[in-house]
Write a new protein. Sequence first.
Length: 545
Amino acid sequence: MSTKVTPGLGEVPVMVRWPEGVLRRMGKDNQDREIMKHMVDGHFQKALTCALPDTFSLFCQDLPTRPLPGAGRVLVTGASGYIGGRLVPELLARGYPVRAMVRAFSPAYSKHWPNAEIAVADALETESLDRALEGIDTAYYLIHSLLLGPSSFLHADIQAAVNFGKAAEKQGLRRIIYLGGLGDTRSQSPHLKSRMQVAQELSRGRTPVTILRAAIIIGSGSASYEIIRHLVTRLPVLPIPHWAKNRCQPIAIRDVVKYLVGAMETPEATGGAFDIGGPEILTYEGLLRIFALVIRKRVWLFDAPFSHIGFYAYLASLLTPVPASITRALMEGLRDEVVASGDEIRRLIPFKPLTYQEAVIRALSREEQDKVYTRWSDAYPPAYDLALKLHEVQGKPGYTATRSVLSDKPARSLFGSVCCVGGRAGWFRANWMWWLRGAFDRLFFGVGTSRGRRCHSSLEVNDVVDFFRVEDIEPDRRLLLRAEMKLPGKAWLDFAIREEGEKERLSVTAHFFTSSWFGRLYWYAFLPFHHFIFQGLVDQIEKQS
Ligand SMILES: NC(=O)c1ccc[n+]([C@@H]2O[C@H](COP(=O)([O-])OP(=O)(O)OC[C@H]3O[C@@H](n4cnc5c(N)ncnc54)[C@H](OP(=O)(O)O)[C@@H]3O)[C@@H](O)[C@H]2O)c1
């Protein structure tokens, strides 16, 4: 394999050559070979759109450990999160009885994991925690409150760990497996420090804790990957602050999941602490450069004269779907070198982890094929009221505006078009207005529209659609979207299809509930635009059905 020296990065494999080596390593997986062959031939797009069988979605097929007989019932906390959501199907596929712990129930969980038990519990409420841990043998601890923001997440994380440690002891759990972050308690980053403190709190009790520590995780939908992807794809020029020259050891999401499952299936790992990482140690600048090489984009990186983390965090939050509080917490972590110490885990769970490039290609290919299962940006925005539903506020004083169109087309076809809103397809009419609203939202630390959609071909309850989230779906009849942007009230967008004689009436209703004068002002200020935006929206949906 030939290599090229890139300043600040060392030897980078030349794009058209390196996949040959990768091909050899991935000899067992024909689908991977197919992807890589296209890469070698320079057919990048084809490589990304290579059809992958469903089995591809399972990460642990080549794990050297075997399902543990008598492992008992397994609890996955943080099952609604990025890593938990990918761990649950792996454990189910290996035959373990799994209980997935979430804070808010969604029918999507029962659909995705029909064989899993769903427990609704909050680690900050001890009673619900006791119920969730009853009859459990092994628990994965994947709870993280980073979304609460810098002033609250530390306390919440530690309290949750204290409660969990006590509940585990009370319920007589045999093991806890915790995934934390690389770094140490002297870290300058409150986020990394908190990950260490959580490990300490969990370890205080009598339940043995296996601690896995990872640095930056690369996979479709991971926060770090989203930041890198958006920065590289959106900007032609990237300023590199001095802390971006620190080193880290990225690891692919599939390898993280393999270590998590492998740790449970390796009794020697009980009670141990292990650093997990990919095969390379790279600078953050290197991660950006390699990403640009993979997508064949020319990006000019230059040494920035200033390094204020708050500034870069805010800039990144405007350009990526990751909120400013999170980009800041993650960037503060970049001030430390996060490199694995020791490779004991590779002896216990021996497999060859993916390189950073391989992880990036897989992530890109999943996105291209619309097969992203969990995304960090699908998490609820901070301080969001998880329980409030439209039917619960209806009846209270509020505002509505409805626009509709009568159509000859069948309900199924109309509904199919309704379900295409947002993401890559946009909002059919006056897209720039939606974009502008999203940009304002982002400027004021809202979620903005850059979250897009996890899946572009279908929608499920709880899926994010730009600055909305799906609250309800009745096939061929209704799509109810709850607004998550910054608003002086609560808002919903309700698409409905009703029979009217021989025809179907497609309507969209904006619901807005507010108790403040500013809220009322906001509603009336936007009222003139409703006709233009919403009538245009239903007309276009009807046309495209
Ligand atoms: N993702 C990475 O890049 C990365 C890198 C290194 C290490 N890690 C570690 O991996 C672990 C999991 O990370 P992740 O990326 O999967 O996090 P995540 O996507 O933010 O998920 C966090 C989960 O914690 C749940 N949670 C928060 N507060 C809770 C509470 N009080 N009670 C019950 N559940 C609560 C959330 O539930 P809701 O959906 O209800 O909010 C969510 O399911 C963390 O320890 C993290 O430090 C992650």
